[in-house]
Design a protein. Structure first.
Length: 88
């Protein structure tokens, strides 16, 4: 059985991913990891799978649709008021 050695680059990326996962309490995505480590998303994904961290982070980015809801309603109210006057 041959022991597989990882390069210093992979170890650095793995440490950065580990740090990011723990610092963000798992509220990070592969895109966040790739930006943070300056590695590809595929590399980050492979490292996470190899290290057993695949379930330790969010799989998808959050949608901003819920955050924009109040702004959208306010803009719509303003538009309706301008079209129909204050009676709307």
């Amino acid at each position: 059985m041959m022991l597989q050695r990882s390069s210093p680059r992979i170890e650095r990326i793995a440490y950065q991913i580990w740090w990011l996962i723990h610092d963000s309490a798992g509220e990070c995505t592969l895109r966040d990891m790739a930006e943070f480590t300056e590695a590809s998303m595929q590399t980050c994904s492979q490292i996470c799978r190899y290290r057993g961290w695949a379930g330790s982070y969010r799989k998808m980015a959050r949608s901003n649709a819920l955050d924009d809801g109040p702004l959208m309603i306010e803009a719509l109210d303003s538009e309706l008021s301008s079209l129909f006057g204050e009676a709307a």
